[in-house]
Design a protein around this ligand. Sequence first.
Ligand code: F6R
Length: 234
Amino acid sequence: MIIKRFSSVDELYAQAVATIVEAKQNGATTFGLATGGTMEPLYAKICKTDIDFSDCTSFNLDEYVGLEATHEQSYAYYMNKHLFHQKPFQASYLPNGLAADPLEEAARYEALLQQHSLDFQLLGIGQNGHIGFNEPGTPFDSLTHLVTLEESTRQANARFFSSIDEVPTHAYTMGIQSIMRAKCILLIAVGETKRDVLQRVLALDYTEDVPASALSKHPNVIILTDLQEEENKL
Ligand code: F6R
């Protein structure tokens, strides 16, 4: 794992854009994408560049169950709003939040992913170490699946909804194995709330209790953070 620390968040996102541009120049055409607060400044910066994804395919990590693509909190809506409206891909895939049969939908999405191998995967990280919606305890060999969201994750995401009751209880997520198949992974961890979990990931503490710790076995992971190293901490 390569870790790069930045004293300015702006420089961090500039580096993230540069990493994506470089991956594309080196031939990456299939991108795994994430949502969440961490990705918003990144997508805003990407939209200001002349990068062209019209020959590329994207796969999102996850989607809430029960939200239609036009719902403002669905990840389909998020992606259109923050990226796709200005930077369209040749094809963009997300799990269908309204699929009638959730298990079939998870299998369909995983099959699609396996048809197109991911060249590049973008990741944020949850305070409990989740990547995608793979909560602590998710097996490292998991494929795309349906998850029951942890209360802490629902609480963390409640800021995007008018009340906690509106936060869905279930979601689809690529599994840890689906993510680990990507050739290159870029993880962005911004802000003090991510300090403790990043410390565990960097300690190479390989445990299913911290889903992101799976990344320590991946040959090509870059972590960008604004968290500075502190004695006895990071
Ligand atoms: C979202 C996703 C999540 C987020 C994580 C961090 O597609 O996969 O794992 O990356 O919850 O969210 P923020 O960036 O809001 O702190």
